[in-house]
Write a protein that binds this ligand. Structure first.
Ligand code: GLY
Length: 426
């Protein structure tokens, strides 16, 4: 098969690596891809939101299967356009990807289908939102922009002033563009987050290993929110009992609900789950793609052929399919530029990549470029180092042994990735 993967981050590098391992794949392309993928696939200079350009390329190169990495092309309707042109593509169509495209849709859908989630109110008028905040007795509170906001549209406001300022930011100053025209204000839930990612064929699903992301910049979950500074899988927090609950109260009702709504869901479905202090799972949000950096731990744990997995979803045969997984755990550490997630400089030469030779360790590129045949930094999140191990402790040890070999001026990474998983299992 000729396969095209869309996207350019660490998640897509992990998808490219796993796809390249499939004996079913003849030619492999990534658009736009990144320099770390060279040698494994051909990178094509077409942007992820140039849907017509991507479709023209897929036709011209006789692409048999396209797999979409990021949410933007999905919410723009790439699946609908490719299907109209007779091109096979993996991901939810525009009507189904609303689960990520509109937080208000997902909250109202959750209420309709009794999916546990935090109590919420919706607003399309700033004055009404502020009046509601004036009447609130309990803080913190969570303010969410309705639409896609590049992962920045969720603010945890610790008091009334912070909440009013978030509402102003979104609705009056329009700092999130159209995404902040409507907002949600929801109860803050104390607990721990887990990522539960499945592949759905519209009726049935098959799950990846559960995982946990580390969203804050600094150790001990301090500092600003980022796109994710590291992850581990499986999530120690997700016990067999909790897994059953997530499946029965969140995943199954979502898939049947979406079918009833005339929005059958095919593709990766990523439930962000909050496990509250009583151990009960609540749906925080849905993403219609693999998580980043979660993909960099769950794909290396998948033993089965990734393309088989995807094709079972597209053929509607997931009910009969049981993917195999490696025993043990995987941990990844994101290496970022100094200053990220605020302003940062790029163009620093990266050293030490050649010293990572451990067969159970992988380096995925995200924000890199090349200069005179050498890799340089070219983004906020630059690289992700992943290691597998017989258990979480071994994976942590291996990932840091290898991360420490990589250097550039100002490199920053957390030293405590997966520590929360070790603490749970202790
Ligand atoms: N890990 C968070 C995300 O992919 O949205």
């Amino acid at each position: 098969m000729n396969v095209l993967i869309i996207g350019s981050g660490g998640r897509e590098h992990a998808m490219v690596k796993k796809t390249a391992e499939s004996p079913r794949v003849k030619e492999l392309y990534c658009a736009p891809g990144n320099p770390g993928m060279a040698g494994v696939c051909t990178c094509v200079d077409i942007k992820q939101d140039d849907i017509e350009g991507l479709a023209r390329f897929a036709k011209a190169q006789a692409i048999d299967l396209t797999i979409v990495g990021p949410e933007l092309p999905l919410t723009l309707g790439i699946v609908d356009v490719f299907k109209e042109k007779g091109l096979l593509i993996f991901g939810p169509d525009r009507r189904a990807s609303i689960l990520e495209g509109s937080k208000i849709f997902t909250k109202e859908f959750s209420k309709k289908y009794s999916i546990p989630t935090a109590a919420f109110e919706t607003f399309d008028d700033a004055a009404r939102a502020v009046a509601f905040l004036d009447s609130l007795k309990k803080y913190p509170v969570v303010i969410k922009a309705d639409g896609l906001a590049s992962g920045k549209g969720v603010i945890i406001a610790k008091d009334h002033d912070e909440a009013v300022s978030a509402v102003r930011d979104m609705m009056i100053d329009k700092n999130f563009g159209t995404a902040g025209q409507k907002i949600l204000i929801e109860d803050y839930i104390n607990g721990h987050e887990a990522s539960f990612i499945v592949v759905s064929d519209g009726k049935h699903f098959s799950e990846f290993s559960s995982s946990q992301d580390h969203k804050r910049l600094l150790d001990n979950d301090l500092g600003p929110n980022t796109g994710g500074m590291g992850a581990f899988a499986p999530a120690t927090l997700v016990t067999p009992r909790l897994r059953e609950k997530i499946i029965n109260t969140i995943i199954r009702p979502t898939l049947t609900g979406m079918e009833k709504e005339g929005r059958p869901y095919t593709g990766f479905l990523y439930a962000g789950v909050m496990v509250d202090e009583g151990g009960e799972p609540l749906l925080l949000e849905y993403n219609c793609r693999l998580g980043d950096p979660e993909a960099e731990v769950i794909l290396p744990l998948l033993k089965s052929d990734f393309i088989d997995f995807v094709m079972h979803s597209l053929d509607g045969t997931l009910k009969q399919y049981q993917p195999a997984f490696h025993e043990g755990s995987a941990v990844c550490v994101v290496l970022a530029s100094q200053g990220y997630p605020a302003a940062y400089q790029t163009g620093f030469e990266i050293s030490g990549l050649d010293s990572v030779t451990d067969p159970d360790c992988f380096v995925f590129h995200a924000g890199t470029a090349t200069r005179n045949g050498r890799y340089i930094t070219n983004g906020g999140r630059v690289l992700t180092v992943t290691a597998r191990g017989d258990d979480l402790c071994a994976a942590v040890k291996r990932v840091y042994q290898n991360t420490e070999k990589i250097y550039w001026q100002g490199v920053h990474y957390r030293r405590d990735i997966a520590q929360k998983g070790l603490n749970v299992s202790a």
